[in-house]
Design a protein around this ligand. Structure first.
Ligand code: FAD
Length: 367
């Protein structure tokens, strides 16, 4: 493959057009870079499949200090990012303003207290609720729910609206989209290359510690006469498996399975069965909804649940490995890559620097 269209002046090639590549391309073009985005099918990866939770606090757990700090910093960047996106596209991507995690039994309730204490000690606002408090917020939840944890500052977005809005914003900012698969970064002549190929990133940088982590998810539509879906994100654990509900204008997204299966994105019968049966335990009315879509995607997993954002070489910047939080961390990632392009790495993204892994792991050839 030859890339003769390289423009004069500083140019950026963004490889991969999921939310990460699109957000980076848009922001870099707005900042004055000449940006070309390479992707045979932009927006077709995990970003199209996802749920849209922005929930770093509810997912906090003792010992995971860096993940919490990174996630909270990412969440703090969302209002500005979404505001700018709405200003240029007219699209408001938010679908909920709060996240409620519910407990089904005493072990779950104890875990909620653990999360509340640990996260609150780090300066974030989480509120424990008793059974009545939960039911007052979300009356459609099962009577078996015995406690809850409310994160009033954790919203959710519609991932598909986000992809669509980012594509529009990128186009308006002058990003040139080349619908081709990049086979070797060395073939790109641009001054800088941003590697944002999601779970496939290691194919372009051998040794990069990013692997596919499969997830299945359902999209349900409310039918006339059925109970309305929750108005906020609801998260729970059933039979040891996580299940969550993310509101949509016409219904709800129910996610998600998580297991290692290579690049397999087939939806399995067992995956759908587990999601539906777990969802019914928490929201009994869900069985009356229309099952509109079951899909699966490959999360770009990393060994420590933090992404890889930063220099791999003089020319190549990684923006990958976002695992199950790529929606949440897209705004911070875009800002961090812009800072790298300007030669001034962002302190808030220090924990995500690829150099935390051994240099031998990251050698990636001679690019
Ligand atoms: C079931 C499920 C639920 C999820 N829920 C949430 C959630 O609620 N909240 C959250 O924050 N995150 C969630 N995630 C995670 C989130 O979807 C990912 O972290 C995020 O989409 C990663 O974005 P990306 O742009 O890196 O990758 P992708 O969206 O996978 O995009 C990668 C792109 O790279 C392109 N590409 C690959 N190889 C090449 C190549 N060689 N040349 C050119 N282009 C290439 C692909 O075509 C693709 O478009 C979920 C994921 C799944 C699967």
């Amino acid at each position: 493959m030859t890339m003769p269209e390289t423009a004069p002046g500083p140019t950026v090639a963004v490889v991969g057009g999921g939310v990460i590549g699109l957000a980076v391309a848009w922001r870099a073009a707005e900042a004055g870079w000449a940006v070309t985005l390479f992707d045979p099918e932009p927006g077709s990866g995990a970003s199209w499949v996802a749920g849209g939770m922005l929930a770093p606090l509810s997912e906090g757990w003792p010992g995971e200090d860096e993940v919490l700090a990174f996630g909270a910093a990412a969440l703090a960047r969302w209002p500005g990012f979404a505001g700018r996106l709405e200003a240029v596209t007219g699209v408001d991507v938010f679908v909920a303003g709060e996240t409620l995690t519910v407990a089904q039994d005493s072990a779950d309730a104890a875990d909620l207290r653990t999360v509340a204490d640990w996260v609150s000690d780090r300066g974030h606002d989480l509120r424990l609720l008793d059974r009545a408090g939960v039911r007052a917020l979300e009356p459609a939840l099962a009577r078996t729910v015995r406690a809850g944890l409310l994160a009033a500052a954790e919203p959710a977005i519609d991932n598909r609206q986000l992809v669509t809005a980012l594509r529009k914003a990128a186009a308006e900012a002058g990003v040139v989209v080349r619908p081709v698969q990049v086979r070797d970064l060395a073939e790109l002549e641009h001054s800088r290359i941003v590697l944002a190929a999601g779970a496939a990133s290691a194919a372009l940088w051998p040794g990069l510690p990013v692997r596919p982590v499969k997830g299945e998810i359902l999209r349900l539509r409310q039918r006339p006469g059925t109970q309305p879906p929750p108005t906020r994100v609801v998260r729970a654990r059933v039979h040891g498996r996580p299940v969550y509900f993310v509101p949509r204008a016409d219904g709800v997204v129910v996610g998600a399975t998580q297991y290692e299966a290579g690049f397999d994105t087939a939806v399995t019968v067992a995956g759908v069965r587990d999601l539906i049966s777990d969802a019914e335990v928490v929201l009994p009315g869900i069985g009356e909804y229309e099952l509109v879509e079951a899909s699966a995607g490959s999360r770009p997993g990393s060994p420590d649940n933090l992404p890889l954002i930063g220099r791999l070489s003089d020319r190549v910047i990684a923006a990958t490995g976002h695992g199950r939080n790529g929606m949440l961390t897209s705004a911070l990632t875009a800002d961090a890559v812009l800072a790298e392009l300007d030669g001034q790495p962002l302190a808030e993204a220090a924990a995500a620097r690829p150099r935390r892994f051994a240099a031998s792991t990251l050698s990636g050839g001679s690019r």
